[in-house]
Design a protein around this ligand. Structure first.
Ligand SMILES: NC(=O)C1=CN([C@@H]2O[C@H](COP(=O)(O)OP(=O)(O)OC[C@H]3O[C@@H](n4cnc5c(N)ncnc54)[C@H](OP(=O)(O)O)[C@@H]3O)[C@@H](O)[C@H]2O)C=CC1
Ligand SMILES: Cc1cn([C@H]2C[C@H](O)[C@@H](COP(=O)(O)OP(=O)(O)O[C@H]3O[C@@H](C)C(=O)[C@@H](O)[C@H]3O)O2)c(=O)[nH]c1=O
Ligand SMILES: [Mg+2]
Length: 295
């Protein structure tokens, strides 16, 4: 049975990839740190060669954006050197690699949505290390797809939705930055997109390769996002708080973040016919799942 190796098994994306309905003839082999430490490039090579995998989805990453500023050796090992090792191993095995990247490769200076070939200029260590991963995969010789995504949220793991609900339960008002714009992404919707892509890559030698953007549709700011989270939470009898929109200058963090990281879907629509749904609708599914768990 063809098997797909998935890293980041316990992360948001890895969790949702394992929850997809896969074809009966496909097996998902999902590994996390305990099974495969991505800072060990020899272990990556050995894992990819351990059985005849049909493809690899590298969903693991060092995602602590602020911590990465002072922990850059680990961030670069996981986000750049590991993708390089996967690229080399996949090229040797003759199998496709799906690498996940981020809106934080952009500096945020553009007005409007970022296209896949727009110039990259990361503002911090996380974005720079993820860009390193992109470049390594692109030059590895492996047949590959790189999907940049943004603001990933789900009912599992660490993310903005869960942070807002947790903090909002204890406070009347929350200060949230209103001058950083982008597009939230449901990890489930991202997983469904990666499923479509990886199955095409496995079954069709002429499937589109290269770099694509996927997020949910619609632009927002973190402050508007927070307000919508509380609006939808309150509707379900969950925690709510008032959102006070603030400028980034009033929320100092170790890492700089892009002012606009909205991603254009033109490339993924043209190549794969994928049309993302609105982020509010995706958020509604996540809150349904979270509130069901609370009940
Ligand atoms: N989260 C977001 O907002 C965004 C994410 N992305 C990208 O999407 C992808 C998926 O992100 P997401 O699911 O949210 O990330 P998570 O932070 O939820 O999960 C990351 C996973 O990577 C694993 N990991 C970290 N270090 C290592 C290591 N040394 N060896 C093995 N595994 C390791 C973690 O394991 P453990 O749990 O054991 O630490 C965790 O399971 C990543 O490539 C990320 O860069 C892109 C844009 C936005
Ligand atoms: C908790 C909190 C955050 N913020 C701000 C900080 C930041 O600018 C923004 C979002 O906070 P986060 O900690 O979720 O941000 P961050 O960790 O930067 O999220 C990023 O993660 C990486 C992995 C990515 O690839 C990006 O696409 C993006 O999702 O909101 C507030 O203004 N008030 C608050 O109370
Ligand atoms: Mg964070």
């Amino acid at each position: 049975m063809p098997a797909i190796l998935v890293t980041g098994a316990n992360g948001q994306l890895g969790t949702e990839l394992q929850r997809r309905q896969w074809p009966d003839d496909i097996e998902i082999v999902a590994v996390d740190l305990a099974e495969l430490d991505l800072t060990d490039t020899d272990a990556i090579a050995a894992m990819v060669a351990s059985r005849p995998f049909a493809a690899v989805i590298n969903g693991a990453a060092y995602t602590a954006v602020d911590k990465a500023e002072s922990d850059l050796v680990t961030a670069w090992a996981v986000n750049a050197l590991a993708p390089a090792a996967f690229g080399k191993a996949c090229a040797e095995a003759g199998i496709p690699l799906v690498q996940v990247s981020t809106d934080y490769v952009f500096d945020g200076s553009k007005t409007g949505a970022w296209e896949v070939n727009d110039p990259v200029a990361p503002l911090g260590v996380y974005g720079a290390s993820k860009l390193g991963g992109e470049l390594a995969v692109r030059t590895s010789g492996a047949r590959h797809v790189i999907v940049r995504t943004a603001w990933v949220v789900s009912a599992h793991g660490n993310n903005f939705v869960k942070t807002m609900l947790r903090v909002g339960a204890d406070r009347d008002t929350l200060n949230v930055v209103a001058d950083q714009h982008g597009s939230p992404t449901s990890a489930a919707d991202l997983a469904e997109t990666l499923k479509t892509i990886v199955l095409r890559l496995i079954r069709d030698d002429t499937a589109p390769t290269g770099t694509f953007h996927f997020s949910n549709a619609g632009a927002t700011s973190w402050a508007e996002f927070a307000a919508e989270i509380f609006r939808q939470s309150e509707q379900r009898g969950g925690p709510s708080a008032r959102v006070e929109p603030i400028p980034t200058s009033e929320y100092p963090t170790p890492a700089r973040r892009p002012a606009n990281s909205l991603l254009s879907h033109d490339a993924i629509r043209a190549a794969y016919g994928i049309e993302p749904r609105d982020w509010r609708e995706a958020l509604s599914d996540i809150l349904d799942e979270l509130m069901k768990e609370d009940a």
